[in-house]
Design a binder for this molecule. Sequence first.
Ligand SMILES: [Zn+2]
Ligand SMILES: [Zn+2]
Length: 391
Amino acid sequence: MPPLLPDVRAMAPEIVAWRRDFHQYPELAYAETRTAARVAELLAGTGLEMRTGLGGTGVTATTAARPGPTVLLRVDMDALPIQEDSSAPYASRRPGVMHACGHDGHVAMGVGAARALAARALPRRVRVLFQPAEEGEGGAQAVVRDGALDDVDVVLGVHLWNELPVGTIGVKAGPLMAAVDRLRITVRGRGGHGGKPHRAADPVVAAAQVVVALQTVVAREVSPVEPAVVTIASVHGGQAFNVIPDEVVLTGTIRTFDAALRRSMPERIRRVADGVAQALRCRAEVEVKEGNPPVVNDGAVAELAARVAARVVGDERVVRPEPTMGGEDMAIYFERVPGCFVFVGSANPARGLDQPHHSPRFDFDEEALAIGCEFLVAAAEEAASRGPWTR
Ligand SMILES: [Zn+2]
Ligand SMILES: [Zn+2]
């Protein structure tokens, strides 16, 4: 199959080089200053209108077409607090910080797409947004507050995806990624001597039973055909082997798609946690902090994305991904304007490039970069030749 966009394909070696540079200098949420400066530098002289400092470190590059309804391509820039386990020559040079989700590749694809779009005559304005702090830190809200969505009528974004083989693109209309809420439970008892438990109210035993009892919220209270997750991911309490502590703190996450189910979860968790704790002479205080809503792709935009994906990789390599209980702050944009978030297959098991996202051994097949970039450019062109989009 001849390439859909030869100019983008010709840029492939550069896109890989940019990705490796970003990979070596990963930056955590809101600290993406080198990344942002590099993006601005790589797009200087292209004729794109540049804005920097959105939501702290965000960057936008907007084509010169006249003001009016604007197509937004969004990529994210932040890395994770993970020590990379890699012998690649482009491994992270920053101890304890790593691009373990593929956002280095997203930035590189965004730069490539912005350059390619700058060289085209487009019927409408296209803006490429380099967003900070995707990993649970509110970056989307921050750039929206600073005007990243002004005039935007449709949003497209991609995520490199190691759950799909390189050469495929995953597109799905409707719910794709879950709502993500944070959970913190403080189990309070009364500390005492480890040898005299009857004189204390032991929050360690109560917390252990709370963890187990919470498993019944999804297993026994939620319909078996409705996706939901309650995970307790950390347990903290006590210091000494012979001292019963006053309290134990549990943290975790709640994942749902359905809005009514999402609203019902705090009450369910409170009832089970505090009920179990009280039975054991303790109390449980439950705090739920709302995070991103679910990522729900717009039907018409997903249709356009699937069509464009088929032109990039061929009909038979466009797949319909399973919804995932992972979350993404693309959801923040989709609350306001229609859009579609697309998975670009990046796994290559034969080369050992198939570790899960957020693993210290995460890496992906760089062939995916040109594919993703081609998709972004072609999708932006097509979205700009239609619309304005409404829901
Ligand atoms: Zn991630
Ligand atoms: Zn990610």
